[in-house]
Design a protein around this ligand. Structure first.
Ligand SMILES: [Ca+2]
Ligand SMILES: [Ca+2]
Ligand SMILES: [Ca+2]
Length: 192
């Protein structure tokens, strides 16, 4: 009886783990996860930023290229509507910025708005969902639709810093040393 219960628990854990699988995108090495539970943008934002994976910080996905947009919308979210980590709340209308992750505070450098969007409809829409159409975005949510709830995409990447790590400097210096050595070898060959 006890053994049966243990087996059942193990199967349950295995299933829940596979259902929440993170997938890596070769374009930047980051991992992504689609959370199916419908949530408002604010709840999705809080949950994404509370998650970690293999020592990496989670955040609502920040989309900075066509490749990242297509991968997250289709491969990760399976074509389902999902929140992204951008907003124009507190900015001029349609002055969109990323609100978390490495691009926090940065204006959108890439966009995939659906036709006629963003339209700040109906008294104001300040958050971004992808897959409004195929891999295209819509502004929706608060303040016009504060209870609008869909799934969301969590992105995971290492904390990035502007200053190179000491190991990076050492590798750069080693690389320069090797280049110098190769140059000297070429000179010697030419001279001989
Ligand atoms: Ca990103
Ligand atoms: Ca807006
Ligand atoms: Ca809209």
């Amino acid at each position: 009886m006890i053994r049966k219960l243990l087996v059942g628990t193990a199967v349950g854990l295995a299933l829940s783990t596979s259902a929440a699988a993170q997938v890596q995108w070769s374009g930047n090495g980051h991992y992504y996860e689609y959370v199916q539970n419908a949530a408002t943008w604010a709840d999705a934002f809080a949950d994404a930023n509370s998650r970690t994976f293999m020592g990496m910080q989670g955040y609502l996905a920040t989309i900075t290229s066509a490749g990242e947009n297509s991968f997250t919308a289709t491969t990760v979210a399976g074509g389902n509507q999902a929140w992204l980590g951008g907003s124009d709340d507190g900015n001029a209308v349609n002055s969109w910025t990323w609100r978390n992750g490495p691009e926090t505070g940065q204006a959108f450098s890439f966009t995939a708005w659906a036709f006629g969007e963003p339209n700040d409809c109906c008294g104001g829409e300040n958050y971004v969902v992808t897959n409004w159409g195929t891999e295209t975005w819509n502004d929706i949510g608060a303040p016009a639709f504060p209870n609008y709830a869909v799934g969301y995409i969590v992105e995971y990447s290492p904390i990035t810093t502007a200053v190179p790590e000491p190991e990076t400097y050492a590798m750069m210096l080693a690389g320069l040393g090797l280049l110098g050595f190769a140059a000297r070898r070429r000179k010697q060959k030419t001279a001989a």
